[in-house]
Design a protein around this ligand. Structure first.
Ligand SMILES: NC(=O)c1ccc[n+]([C@@H]2O[C@H](COP(=O)([O-])OP(=O)(O)OC[C@H]3O[C@@H](n4cnc5c(N)ncnc54)[C@H](OP(=O)(O)O)[C@@H]3O)[C@@H](O)[C@H]2O)c1
Length: 246
């Protein structure tokens, strides 16, 4: 059994999809969870599902705003773990990508995660023996048309996590990333045709185990945050129901 009692864990992107289910599971496993996102109403909905209201904390922050990152870091106590899950997707063939679009995706998916990490470290908000988990994407390893900016942002995130794993090993802080294939969330539901041509049901057949559910990702993240994974650092697990087997 995984036990996260006594651990304080930050989850970004907790107002929706994967981050929301991660926060819920971590709270069930006994962690004190600090959740963040931009949308107050949806973040409150996550809060309401965390059980003991006094135990957890919800903070509104836009990862694309450095002032918000600074304020977030000031408000939180020392952590035993963090899950960097906030992210956006942009579908566009390279021919039609603009500097603004590329910058936006890189900013939210990579630069902000790097700056938040740096601020947490500088302000000494990460305890020794903590675990940091970055939600990357299997897109970072593939060549799916229309995903260049997104794939590049996630490749940067995975590479960042690997380097950080080396830099923080001396403090026994573990750093891992996770590269899921398609998981059913508002992000993918809202982008049927962009992801899968016209038919997601047809596309799902390329996944031997079908598309993933948020709990599939949450279960593995909880393991990475627990002491059960104390010898795992620098990994980037592909979790895709067998999509990339062939
Ligand atoms: N679903 C998939 O198939 C899949 C596959 C591989 C990887 N991923 C990755 O998993 C993560 C979660 O995706 P999801 O599918 O759960 O998407 P989602 O349901 O759209 O959730 C995205 C989350 O990111 C937050 N977010 C976006 N921009 C933000 C910003 N500027 N500042 C703060 N928070 C921001 C959103 O919060 P607010 O709206 O409240 O700001 C929301 O909580 C993303 O990093 C995504 O790239 C997803």
């Amino acid at each position: 059994m995984l036990d996260l009692q006594g651990k304080k864990i930050l989850v970004t992107g907790a107002s929706s999809g994967i981050g929301k289910d991660i926060a819920i599971l971590l709270s069930k496993l006994g962690a004190r969870v600090i959740i963040t996102g931009r949308d107050r109403e949806r973040l409150n909905q996550t809060s309401a599902l965390l059980g003991d209201k006094e135990m957890h904390l919800a903070i509104i922050a836009d990862m694309d705003a450095e002032a918000d990152i600074k304020a977030l870091v000031e408000k939180i106590e020392k952590l035993n773990g963090a899950v960097f899950c906030a992210g956006i997707i942009e579908y566009s063939p390279v021919k039609f990508l603009s500097k603004e679009k590329i910058n936006k995706v890189l900013s939210v998916n990579f630069v902000s995660q790097a700056l938040l990490t740096q601020a947490l470290l500088k302000e000494k908000k990460i305890e020794r023996q903590s675990s940091l988990v970055y939600i990357s994407s299997v897109s970072s390893k593939l060549g799916v048309a229309g995903t260049a900016a997104y794939a590049a942002s996630k490749a940067a995130l995975s590479a960042f996590a690997k380097v950080l794993a080396t830099e923080l090993a001396g403090q026994k802080i573990r750093v891992n990333s996770l590269s899921p294939g398609i998981v059913k969330t508002p992000m993918t539901e809202g982008a049927d045709s962009a992801i899968a041509g016209d038919d997601m049901k047809e596309d799902e057949k390329k996944y031997p185990l079908g598309y993933g559910n948020t709990i599939d990702v949450a279960n593995y993240v909880a393991f990475l945050l627990s002491d059960n994974s104390s010898w795992i650092t620098g990994s980037d697990l592909v979790m895709d129901g067998g999509f990339t087997l062939n």
